[in-house]
Design a protein around this ligand. Structure first.
Ligand SMILES: C[S@@+](CC[C@H](N)C(=O)[O-])C[C@H]1O[C@@H](n2cnc3c(N)ncnc32)[C@H](O)[C@@H]1O
Length: 306
């Protein structure tokens, strides 16, 4: 029998989009898409059917209504139905279009032709069921921060030991591998990409191939910081970590084992109201938080050790 998926369709006020995406992500949805419907937004999200029972979907519906109520907006309408795998893979892909991010990147869905000419660094992507299409504000903030870290300063200004083409980076919570691929395209020498979801590791591996990246330059592995401590052969120059504030807070002390005095860090997946808690833990663990970039209700902390 074909694998089946829940297709969730949510009609909502545009102002609710981000909080709903947040709920869907926490609920375990993959392959989210969005469509404008007049003054409303239609969000679609997909979830392997075995991951949720009808009761879970009812609970999700209740949370969505409560979230809307809290900020005084009309309740979103949630509908669900079962579809087979084949329909799933085509349903959300049709809404995903090439997208410029920052000054340097263009995200190109794997099934669409490459642009005839582009001065941008093209990240070809098929996220499969992993998070990381480039649509989410936190992914964009991380890519823009990487751009700032890796392309703002010419090699000649950053000293031999920090030359861009010798930079080793850890991508913690790599998802589709979008940030790892971006870092390599910007000139990093090597990226170790870890995720505790096997499907994310699989997706990063296939996106490595899709972008013709040598297997010695992008090294995906199942796990988290503990695994990095075993697979890296030297402390990393940079960390990019787009997970959730609570998880980042837990991982920060462990990161001490993979860094050196000059390591920089890009931390996102953090809601604005959580930024102080994350910044406090970073500072208690020897980081200096240099900037906070925000988009919608999300933020990204750029930090360094010295
Ligand atoms: C928000 S997604 C980020 C994906 C991609 N890096 C991006 O920026 O679009 C977070 C990812 O972190 C992974 N994750 C969650 N907790 C983790 C942990 N403790 N260690 C490693 N990965 C984790 C999830 O499986 C998910 O793929």
């Amino acid at each position: 029998m074909a694998n089946t998926w829940w297709e969730l369709k949510i009609l909502c006020e545009p102002d609710l989009e981000d909080s709903i995406f947040w709920r869907l992500e926490t609920f375990g949805c993959r392959g989210t898409a969005i469509e404008s419907k007049g003054n409303s937004s239609l969000l679609k999200a997909y979830l392997p059917s075995f991951q949720a029972q009808l009761l879970d979907l009812s609970a999700l519906s209740l949370w969505l209504r409560q979230d809307a109520l809290c900020i005084g907006l009309p309740s979103p309408l949630l509908h669900w139905n079962l579809i087979d795998e084949e329909d799933w893979s085509s349903s959300w892909k049709q809404y995903w279009q090439p997208q410029d991010i920052g000054d340097r990147f263009l995200i190109n869905p794997a099934w669409l032709p490459l642009p005839a000419s582009s001065e941008r660094l093209v990240i070809r992507l098929d996220p499969g069921v992993a998070f990381g299409t480039g649509n989410h504000a936190t992914t964009q903030l991380c890519l823009e921060s990487l751009e700032m870290r890796l392309s703002a300063i010419p090699d000649s200004f950053i000293g031999t030991e920090n030359k861009k083409d010798s930079l080793v980076i850890a991508d913690i919570g790599c998802g589709s591998g979008i940030l790892s691929v971006g870092a390599i395209l910007l000139g990093a020498k090597k990226v170790y990409a870890v995720d505790n979801d096997p499907l994310a590791v699989k997706s990063t591996l296939s996106n490595r191939t899709l972008n013709d990246i040598n297997s010695e330059r992008l090294i995906p592995a199942l796990g988290s910081v503990d695994v990095l401590t075993k697979i890296i052969d030297q402390p990393v120059d940079g960390i990019v970590c787009n997970i959730l504030a609570d998880v980042i807070i837990e991982l920060i002390p462990e990161m001490a084992a993979i860094i050196k005095p000059s390591t920089w860090g890009i931390f996102s997946g953090i809601l604005l109201e959580q930024s102080k808690a994350v910044a406090d833990v970073l500072e208690q663990n020897g980081w200096v938080v240099a900037t906070l970039w925000k988009r919608k209700e999300w933020c990204c902390l750029n930090a360094r050790r010295s």
